[in-house]
Design a protein around this ligand. Structure first.
Ligand SMILES: Nc1ncnc2c1ncn2[C@@H]1O[C@H](COP(=O)(O)OP(=O)(O)OP(=O)(O)O)[C@@H](O)[C@H]1O
Length: 364
């Protein structure tokens, strides 16, 4: 289900009227139309050069994001989630070769010149990083940084920019009086919320959040994710959320794309994928979740570990860990198919998975 957000709540962030994205009209970037996705990623590949080796870290990833929609990129550590997100932002490491296509509205992001990114950053696409200090300078007050961000995008006098900065802070639950504080004077959760204010202050169409709550305790985590959800609701921004937490996916994503060893294992509506996974890898991730029933305290894990990008096995990269692996899986990499409307699956096993795939006792 695609959630088209309605722009019903007033937004105090200045002259941008609800449902209208005024300043963007002045940008030399092409907006998405109602009929096309906001972001269309096709065959995205990120290859890293590490000394004499080349590491295929992201391999032919494709997905779409509708305006206002939240898509979660999930997978174990090293799956290629962050590199995918960074490549879209034009922030992949210097050693990376990015190929394929990623269209934001009418603009091609892959291979785009810095000048295009400078027009897009903050205005149409913004980052909420894992660590707020990646976007907040320690030597300026939070208010000054927000005001600077405002003035870098729109013609606003100092007072107007300060008013908008204060409004942005209030929107993320930080009293306007704290605008004079430095980032180190905030708690970790407040810093993350300030980073959200920074990302959202100019009302971008797409927010990329890379593990935005990993370093936080559960209470701060819930506050930060709640803040992000409220701001998306009021501004209509789409969200690309990088996470390894399926609980966060269930609560905050409309759709999910599951990455394994740089490839898309499956994708689809979050509720469907979590309730009825078609990829054995997704089923394994779900089986490894802590049980919530008092009667079942077993923790099931997928045996083994994902392969490093320079140690990919032939065939399906998940085959060495997959209970269903056959000779074909070990020799032939599966191509993505469509097991159901709105879903993709890269697996040779197209039938429904047994419910006890990872919990059944191993055969003697
Ligand atoms: N700058 C780099 N130089 C060399 N290898 C890198 C670099 N950045 C990432 N990699 C490798 O690319 C692969 C994908 O990394 P990426 O950070 O995208 O994974 P991830 O799914 O986001 O993992 P995590 O959840 O741990 O952040 C990993 O094997 C990682 O070691």
């Amino acid at each position: 289900m695609t959630l088209q957000r309605s722009f019903t709540k007033p937004n105090p962030l200045g002259p941008l009227q609800d449902g209208k994205r005024g300043p963007r009209a002045a940008h030399a970037t092409a907006p998405a139309t109602a009929t096309e996705p906001l972001l269309a990623v096709r065959d995205l590949a990120v290859t890293l050069a590490d000394g004499r080796r080349t590491l295929p870290a992201v391999r032919g990833v494709s997905f779409e994001l509708a305006p206002g929609e939240a898509l979660a990129l999930v997978g174990e550590s090293g799956a290629g989630k962050s590199l995918t997100a960074l490549a879209l932002l034009g922030l992949a490491p210097a050693s990376a070769r990015v190929t394929g296509s990623a269209r934001l509205g009418g603009d091609e992001l892959v291979g785009a010149p810095r000048a295009l990114y400078r027009r897009l950053w903050g205005r149409r696409i913004a980052l909420v990083p894992q660590d707020a200090l990646a976007v907040l300078s320690p030597v300026h007050t939070v208010g000054d940084q927000l005001a600077f961000a405002v003035r870098s995008v729109r013609r606003a006098g100092r007072r107007e920019a300060e008013r908008l900065a204060a409004a942005a802070l209030e929107q993320v639950g930080i009293p306007a009086a704290r605008a004079r504080a430095y980032p180190h004077e905030f708690s970790g959760g407040m810093r993350q919320r300030a980073a959200i204010a920074m990302a959202m202050v100019n009302r971008p169409e797409l927010v990329v959040a890379d593990e935005p709550t990993t370093a936080l305790d559960p209470r701060a985590q819930a506050q930060v994710l709640g803040t992000l959800a409220e701001l998306r609701e009021s501004t209509g921004a789409a969200l690309l959320l990088v996470t390894h937490d399926l609980g966060i996916v269930a609560a905050h994503a409309d759709r999910v794309a599951v990455l394994y060893a740089g490839r898309l294992a499956e994708s689809g509506p979050a509720g469907q994928v979590l309730a009825d996974p078609r990829s054995p890898y997704t089923a394994g991730l779900l089986a490894a979740l802590p049980p919530d029933r008092a009667t079942d305290r077993r923790l099931h894990s997928i045996g083994g570990a994902p392969p490093a990008p320079d140690r990919l096995p032939p065939g399906c990269a998940f085959a060495p860990r997959c209970p269903l692996a056959t000779d074909r899986c070990r020799t032939e990499e599966p191509r993505a198919g469509r097991p159901a409307p709105g879903r993709t699956l890269a697996c040779h096993h197209r039938h429904r998975l047994p419910a006890d795939l990872f919990t059944a006792p191993a055969a003697a």
